[in-house]
Design a protein around this ligand. Structure first.
Ligand code: GLY
Length: 357
């Protein structure tokens, strides 16, 4: 079992990583909060598997425990689910000293986290991520949000958890596409900060605990330096600007987030190569690695469709977007692009699956 410290202005907390970490939840929750009522929020896939065990552990640690499971999936990461959570919290008369336990993947973490951030202007919560993607990325750093009809994560808050508990054992029940989705984020960490992660991924040396810990340490360092996403934290968006555009252009129904990010990373490399910033040799290395993990390297989205959606990205600031490029594997930089430059670069480099990709 290992712990990684996350130091932010809002809060200092620990990420506990290790096989069997779920069994530590009672102790971690009791240390995290003075209240003795815990509300587990989960979904209808993860909840039935883990709620009985966590309920028991929390009860043994002295908590009165309630739980709620919502229908799973990104389509439910919306204001209706949030409203449902507020109503339940209100009916149970949860107070500011009680505890919300977000048990699930990125959707549960984001919505339960946002409910925790806003109900009574803030209730303690802990993240218990059950997908690889959530363990290595989404559960750490305090980004919480819901999707709106006009875009993903459009309403949210930076609200750091009181603790994060990552148990790699929970990954054993995940289907291969869900592991692949998480591997896209793992590969992202290798690309932006630590090329040795790419070597391990290429050998399919899937030592889950060490790999999760390395990614979480990178994220903890970045979030400590830039909690509010105004500088260095934007590096975590490598592959995400065009990845989000792919997801949106295909109505969030054709590609998982990880698959879209995989295509977005290849597209970002190709833009970097066109600008003379990224070495050309990186493209085939990244493509081979993504293919090894059954991730796509190009999406069935035309350059016009991608440009149409990228123009709506919430990260455009006064006509400029900080695009993430690689100087090499392990070395990412922010590169401000104007809309017309972005348009030209996408026009020149875009790969469309089945056409030129
Ligand atoms: N998932 C990117 C971030 O937390 O900033």
């Amino acid at each position: 079992m290992q712990t990684i410290e996350v130091e932010t202005r809002q809060r200092h907390y620990q990420v506990t990583i290790g096989r069997g970490a779920l069994d530590e939840i009672g102790k971690i929750a009791a240390q995290a909060t003075s209240g003795r009522t815990a509300m587990i929020v989960s979904d209808d896939i993860v909840g039935p598997i883990y709620i009985p065990r966590i309920n028991k552990i929390l009860r043994e640690a002295g908590f009165k425990v309630f739980s709620y499971t919502h229908v799973s999936g990104e389509a439910h990461k919306n204001i209706n689910m949030l409203q449902r959570l507020y109503n339940i919290f209100g009916q149970l008369e949860l107070t500011r000293t009680d505890l919300i336990v977000a048990l699930g993947g990125g959707v549960i973490g984001d919505v339960a986290g946002f409910a925790a951030a806003t109900y009574l202007r803030g209730v303690p919560y802990i993240q218990v991520p059950t997908s690889l993607l959530a363990q290595v990325d989404a559960s750490v750093g305090g980004k919480t949000a819901i999707d709106m009809p006009f875009g993903k994560n459009m309403v949210g808050a930076f609200y750091q958890p009181w603790a994060v508990v990552c148990d790699p054992d929970v990954l054993s029940t995940l289907p291969a596409p869900r592991i692949a989705e998480g591997m896209a984020e793992v590969i992202k960490y290798g690309c932006i900060r630590d090329a040795s992660i790419l070597k391990n991924a290429a050998n399919q040396k899937f030592e889950a605990e060490a790999m999760i810990a390395r990614c979480v340490q990178i994220k903890a360092d970045i979030v400590a330096a830039d909690e509010l996403d105004k500088g260095e934290r934007m590096l975590l968006n490598f592959g995400h600007t065009l990845g989000h555009a792919i997801e949106k252009a295909t109505n969030y129904s054709m590609y998982t987030h990880g698959a879209a990010v995989a295509c977005g990373m290849v597209a970002a490399l190709r833009i970097g190569i066109a600008l003379g910033i990224t070495p050309a040799a990186t493209e085939s290395i990244l493509k081979n690695l993504l293919t090894l993990w059954q991730l796509p390297t190009a999406a069935a989205v035309s350059k016009d469709e991608v440009l149409h959606t990228v123009r709506q990205d919430k990260k455009w600031l006064t006509g400029k977007l900080n695009f993430v490029l690689l100087e090499d594997f392990g070395r990412a930089v922010l590169y401000p692009l104007q809309l017309d430059e972005m348009t030209e670069l996408v026009e020149a480099t875009w790969l469309e699956a089945g056409v030129n990709g």
